[in-house]
Design a protein around this ligand. Structure first.
Ligand SMILES: Cc1cc2nc3c(=O)[nH]c(=O)nc-3n(C[C@H](O)[C@H](O)[C@H](O)COP(=O)(O)OP(=O)(O)OC[C@H]3O[C@@H](n4cnc5c(N)ncnc54)[C@H](O)[C@@H]3O)c2cc1C
Length: 382
């Protein structure tokens, strides 16, 4: 057993923390209010090697690991959770799927710019009538000569509205076998003929995250853009979404830590009844409970990421991390607002933004109910 952070992870944490404090924190409120995507910040993140931490240098990565990537996601999310979500989608999901299942040519062409951060990746599984029941998707892919022709609509696609988003991984039905529909995954460039962005969603929060509908009408891509095993596209997606769950846990921990930091500072500064409100045990206990749950959630996402780095199974640990952390952060954000009293409800205090933003973490990468279904199935099989 060794709980020490390695020198490499410490270096990543310190570097990203400094970047977050200096570059992201001062801009976060404006990004959320205006919904403007921080391209200059993304460029800097790419230059720091952040998007490619877990990928080998030959594909534009930094040659690090998934623990390092998630330490980084936590720190970035401490400043702004939409940038944490951008990293989850481009690195943990899209980049990883190309790295894990792509050919050498696909890695060189599509992963390298994603790992360098010059381009951003997206993934499109969800459809109007298939969300949690993701296998019920209806988008079709038919092979015509040397091209796949895709028809269908995907919804809620994160990152795809960014100008620097180059590619989206699309899950589609490519045939049938005895078990039912065969689902394959395709690398679809945004510039492909027949590909268009649908509406941009007006969201509750996460305004600086470019979420769009995607419409494919006779969308033509080269035959070689099929990713991995044509009969196992769904399994491939699920495999990388498992890492996405660890990423959502790391985002949750980052935001929860920001809530605690702000609430602690405020509790020491705000005086009522002639003394700092920190002196009241009711406030101290809230802060102590916040610290406990953050610590537990952090340990759990690090354990899941570490298991992944060891090449070991982490389905249970990733779901525990995602479920616990995303529900934990809702309570922590609520308590942070409570400690701020009426000021916590005002947009000038960041805890108001955190509180509004965290609900989504219980929905994306498999809802809390889906995580409980996964965990129950594992318990049943034991
Ligand atoms: C802002 C945003 C960004 C997103 N980004 C992406 C993206 O980049 N790519 C992508 O593919 N998708 C993305 N999604 C989609 C997201 O993954 C889905 O919204 C999520 O999987 C839930 O699907 P749904 O919204 O259709 O809800 P539904 O599946 O319709 O679920 C509705 C409710 O029923 C519950 N439920 C469903 N089935 C069961 C069951 N069997 N037992 C118990 N409860 C059940 C759910 O937990 C939920 O509470 C995004 C969503 C949002 C809101």
């Amino acid at each position: 057993m060794n709980f020490d952070v390695t020198d490499e992870h410490k270096m990543i944490r310190d570097m990203v923390r400094e970047f977050t404090v200096e570059v992201i924190v001062p801009r976060a409120e404006e990004m959320e209010r205006t919904g403007e995507y921080p391209y200059d910040i993304m460029t800097q993140m790419g230059e720091l090697g952040i998007m490619g931490i877990p990928f080998p240098e030959e594909y534009g990565g930094s040659g690090g690991d998934w623990v390092g990537m998630h330490v980084c996601i936590e720190e970035i999310s401490r400043g702004d959770l939409t940038l944490g979500a951008m990293l989850d989608v481009t690195t943990s999901v899209a980049g990883q799927e190309i790295y894990a299942f792509g050919t050498e040519g696909q890695k060189k062409e599509w992963l390298t710019p994603i790992a360098r951060g010059t381009n951003i990746g997206a993934f499109a599984l969800t459809e109007p009538n298939s969300g949690s029941d993701a296998g019920a998707l209806r988008t079709k892919a038919v092979l015509e000569g040397n091209e796949w022709v895709l028809n269908g609509t995907k919804q809620f696609v994160t990152n795809i509205g960014l100008d620097n988003a180059s590619v989206v991984l699309v899950a589609a039905m490519s045939g049938k076998n005895k078990k039912g529909n065969i689902i394959s995954t395709f690398i679809v460039p945004k510039r492909a003929p027949g590909f268009q962005l649908g509406k941009k969603y007006e969201k509750m929060t996460w305004h600086a995250s470019a979420t769009h509908e995607v419409i494919m009408e006779d969308c033509r891509i080269p035959k070689e853009n099929l990713l991995g095993d044509p009969t196992r596209g769904f399994a491939q997606h699920l495999a990388v979404l498992q890492t996405g769950r660890i990423s959502i846990a790391a985002i949750s921990v980052g935001v929860a830590q920001a809530c605690l930091d702000n609430a602690l500072t405020y509790a020491k500064e705000r005086t009522q009844f002639g003394q700092p409100i920190f002196n009241f045990q009711a406030i101290q206990f809230k802060l102590a409970d916040m610290a406990v749950s953050i610590e537990l959630a952090r340990n759990q996402y690090l354990k899941a990421a570490w298991l992944k780095d060891q090449g070991r199974k982490n389905t249970f640990e990733a779901s525990v991390a995602k479920l616990y952390a995303s529900e934990m952060v809702e309570k922590v954000a609520s308590d942070a607002v409570q400690i701020h009293g009426g000021y916590g409800y005002m947009d000038e205090y960041p805890v108001s933004r955190y509180y509004k933003g965290v609900k989504l973490l219980q929905i994306v990468e498999g809802t809390s109910e889906v995580q409980r279904m996964i965990l129950s199935r594992i318990l049943w099989s034991q």
